[in-house]
Design a protein around this ligand. Sequence first.
Ligand code: GAL
Length: 420
Amino acid sequence: MTRTALLFFICVLLCAGLFFYACASRHAEQKLEVFSWWTAGGEAEGLESLRRIFMSKNQNVEFINATVAGGAGSNAQAVLATRMQGGKPPDTFQVHAGLELIGSWVAAGAMEPLNFLFERNNWMSVYPMGLIDIISHNGKIYSVPVNIHRSNVLWYNKSTFMAYGLAPPQTLDDFFKVAEVLANNTITPLALGDNGIWAATHLFENILLGALGPLNYKNLWNGKLNWNNPKVKSALSVFVKVLDYINSDHSALSWDGAAQYVIDGKCAMTIMGDWAHGYIKAKGLKPDVDYGWIPSPGTKGSFNMLSDSFGLPKNAPHRDIAIRWLTICGSKEGQDAFNPIKGSISARTDADRKLYDDYSLSAMNDFLSDIIVPSCTHGAAASQSWVAKINEIMSVFVAERDVDKAAREFQEAAERYVNK
Ligand code: GAL
């Protein structure tokens, strides 16, 4: 072979190599990793409905469903923190609207602003301003809300209530009357699954709301009301009394396990966000036939809200594909597929009401007429560090039931974390 022929041959080999490398890396780039904690009944199916829409428009993309089980992100958030700190963010991740987003990831400068996406899709006119406010910082919007959930709902087994001639409890006093009747008939009144302690905090935030009313409840989160005051102490005492009516295996059970106890008639009620509606429906039960709902005792007129959203971390490995995912999350099509399954309502004001059941329609109406208050447990009212501290205090409180100590520690936490 002459020298020229050899050179030519080497060039051909190099070009072919480069061509195959380019093709392979292009192929490898077609990925999307979506990080969430949606693994339980209802929530997993909801996520699947979004995945299906995404895949129908992006057939060549490999969808990586990176879920970490544990309600309320109890395990996922720690995994996410490790990845973010290690410079290995997923392409997009589930994060609660409010201080969970703004007080941690945005404060750390880890997120990309998404105003361009809101403008491109005309979302400014379809998202409620109140929601845009809590995902914004200094005029920049940092996530795409996919839903609105209600935290303050009591779910009950209709045949159990009918069998004992009971009406769902409207007030905390009613709750104890109903609970006494049930307990006297060897039915465990209230199901709690606090193997993730957040479920106890969730119950407590709704007892607080019922006992204090919406304005005082809100003032606990903005520092205007002291946690050491007699009203909070009395709510803590009510919480202790409620614990006398829960299942004995609560600390080994998850939130969906507790909802299952209500389905099975093992317990009569559970106080949980409306993802429980998604769970119970996914099990084949019929709303308003097999199970009923009512605002948790004492909270009629208040809507304790939270919102799941997805954000775009800086240095997302597949940024352009993540933007396609976020576009579906914010779309009417995406939200009207996801929310009727998830148990939540659309975060958009133009949802197709025909697709939603009676519970969701009642939640939509209440969202428009009630006083909206932010959930602490689910990241709307408090930063992740504050919620973590509250959960830590709650773990001890559930075991020790020392009201004065808990009130003191909650106040110390508020002083440390409010507005931070
Ligand atoms: C909440 C979340 C809901 C639901 C629930 C139980 O924090 O906002 O979407 O997933 O946890 O996992």
